[in-house]
Design a binder for this molecule. Structure first.
Ligand SMILES: Nc1ncnc2c1ncn2[C@@H]1O[C@H](COP(=O)(O)OP(=O)(O)OP(=O)(O)O)[C@@H](O)[C@H]1O
Ligand SMILES: [Mg+2]
Length: 549
């Protein structure tokens, strides 16, 4: 360019002395263009740079540094912007500000690396370091500096420009986090689908095993066979529970609710953790109110909520203190018609700034591999589905307390108990049942079991066959798989409802775990009885009795 630049205040607004139009720079000094040959009037060069030094919106440091890890160097000049950036009062004398002192660095090893590079190579460009302001807040700073020899041996003369890039880093981190979360969410969605598929495939064989084991358990067996059958029953129930938990995780929930005693769930859940808690020095105190009204809930899901809360508390207490004290309370909140469960710990508590995020999917403060950030998300979803609420409190004195409220069941729910003694006693002899099930092994097991219970059972392998049979014969009850090839359970139900509304009221559905929202809505709207696979024979028989009653 032919022009010189003039740095400094321009005597007349909009125009410099030489008459050339002046431009205002918003971030720094005023800049004007001076034609070649003309000199900048009124100001010396030193004056100009002094003004630039004072006004520039970048930190400027001039001083000396040495590679000594303990030496903080000396400061010859520091501009007001750098003082403010590091949190010093404007009046602080330059010599007292030491931007590269060891205590300014968040990471001492990073200081050594920075000094090593600057002093051996003589310069750094946009070098990123993390400094601590006077108030302790860390900031990210980009340094462009030059180092040359000084009068003293082993000491370098340094001029550095320093820029606070914390905000840029924060945005970068945020978008990287979002990207990671998106990746994780996609991974989870894919995993969820796989899990749902696998769970569905597992449910049919599990239902078959359970049916057979239950029937065998009722026989007169020798000691060894009895033990064997009981183990099979227990373990297949455990497998069924695992499948259910996986499905909760995959967010395809199919819940089996009943009237439950919350205290009972608390005791069972604590029993699961007892061994681990003893090993890790976690003391447990329970204060469970007696005479709690029952809640209409899925006990496995409530157990999952409780487990997630208890495990979080344990992890927090152990990480912070290597021990801990866990308190579980339940009570009846008469005013809010709720049963309340509270899990409190004496760990570090939940910092205010993360409190609003802890229920978010994938929010975790744990190391990679230690936490997925789903525990509280799942707990929140389950509690919501049960019409309840969950909240966290964490006082400054430490500790965290999670309070979960479940609505006390309405009369309507209570009026639909899973078994009433009257109907249990009712004889099933001679009642005719149509079982519609495409899974052959399961169908065989169920037909035999129902026949043994005194029912007259016919089997249809799919919806189409069932439709034909319903048109020809009279049945007292229809037990029907919801998901079948060709004519599915919903279509079959609608056909039955048109042909024989009274029979439609006696249809019992059996659903695989991946019924999906459409099927769930259908079950709710039709008001049909339903069981989820794998089911217990006793539950199926009770439903048949209730349908016949
Ligand atoms: N009792 C607690 N004390 C302190 N912090 C807690 C407590 N419970 C939860 N948190 C915080 O909430 C975050 C989210 O918890 P959440 O259970 O959703 O995920 P996670 O425990 O990190 O991982 P995951 O449960 O999926 O293994 C935790 O990372 C932790 O920072
Ligand atoms: Mg957790």
């Amino acid at each position: 360019m032919l022009h010189d630049f003039y740095l400094g205040k321009i005597p007349h607004a909009g125009r410099c002395c030489s008459g050339v139009y002046a431009q205002m720079c918003t971030r720094g000094p005023i800049i004007a263009v001076v034609p070649p040959g003309k000199r900048v009037p009124h100001r010396t060069r030193a004056d100009t740079f002094a003004r630039l030094f004072e006004a520039v919106h970048e930190g400027v440091f001039v001083g000396t540094l040495t590679p000594d890890p303990l030496s903080e160097g000396t400061t010859e000049a520091i501009n007001p912007f750098l003082k403010a950036m590091l949190g010093y009062a404007p009046g602080t004398t330059d010599e007292r500000v030491a931007p590269f002192a060891p205590e300014r660095f968040v990471d001492p090893a990073a200081r050594q690396a920075f000094l090593g590079r600057l002093l051996t190579e003589g310069a750094v460009t946009d070098y990123l370091i993390r400094l601590r302001r006077l108030d302790g807040d860390p900031i990210w700073v980009e340094v462009t500096a030059h180092a040359g020899p000084s009068k003293k041996r082993g000491v370098s003369q340094v001029e550095a420009l320093m820029r606070n890039v914390s905000e840029r880093r924060r945005l970068d981190d945020q978008s990287r986090d979002l990207y990671q979360q998106l990746l994780q969410a996609e991974k989870m969605a894919a995993l969820g689908q796989t899990i749902s598929g696998v769970a569905h495939e597992l449910n049919n064989p599990l239902a078959t095993i359970l049916s057979w084991a239950e029937r065998l358990a009722e026989r007169n067996l020798d000691e060894t066979s009895r033990r064997g059958v009981e183990v099979i029953l227990g373990e297949s129930e455990r497998a069924a529970r695992i499948v259910r938990n996986l499905l909760t995780f995959a967010r395809k929930r199919q819940s089996t609710r009943s009237m439950i005693d919350l205290n009972q769930v608390v005791r069972e859940t604590l029993a699961l953790r007892a061994y681990e808690q003893r090993l890790t020095n976690i003391d447990v105190v329970t204060a469970l109110a007696s005479g709690l009204p029952p809640v209409f809930a899925d006990p496995h899901q409530i157990q999952q909520v409780l487990l997630n809360l208890v495990i979080n508390a344990e992890q927090a207490m152990l990480t912070a203190n290597g021990r801990g004290s866990l308190v579980l309370r339940t009570w009846h909140d008469v005013t809010h018609k709720a049963v309340v469960l509270q899990v409190s710990d004496d760990g570090p508590g939940v910092p205010t700034e993360v409190r609003s995020k802890i229920f978010d999917p994938f929010f975790t403060t744990k190391e990679v591999g230690k936490g997925t950030g789903l525990g509280l998300t799942v707990a929140y979803a389950i509690v919501q589905e049960h019409g309840g609420s969950i909240r966290v409190e964490s006082p400054p004195s430490g500790g965290a307390s999670f309070t979960v409220q479940f609505p006390v069941s309405s009369v309507e729910h209570a009026a639909r108990p899973r078994a009433s003694s009257g109907s249990t006693e009712r004889s099933l002899d001679g009642a005719s049942v149509l079982l519609v099930e495409d899974e052959r092994a399961l169908a065989t097991a169920v037909v035999e079991a129902l026949t043994e219970a005194g029912l007259h059972v016919e089997h249809a392998g799919d919806g189409e066959e069932a439709l034909a049979r319903v048109r020809q014969n009279r049945y007292d009850v229809v037990i029907c798989d919801l998901k079948m090839p060709r004519v599915d359970g919903m279509t079959l139900y609608r056909a039955i409802a048109t042909a024989s509304p009274s029979l439609a009221r006696r249809v019992i559905f059996v659903t695989g775990a991946v019924a999906g929202p459409e099927a769930e809505r259908f079950l709710e709207e039709s008001g049909c009885r339903w069981l989820s696979k794998p089911f217990r024979l006793a539950d199926l028989l009770r439903n048949v009795r209730e349908a016949l009653a």
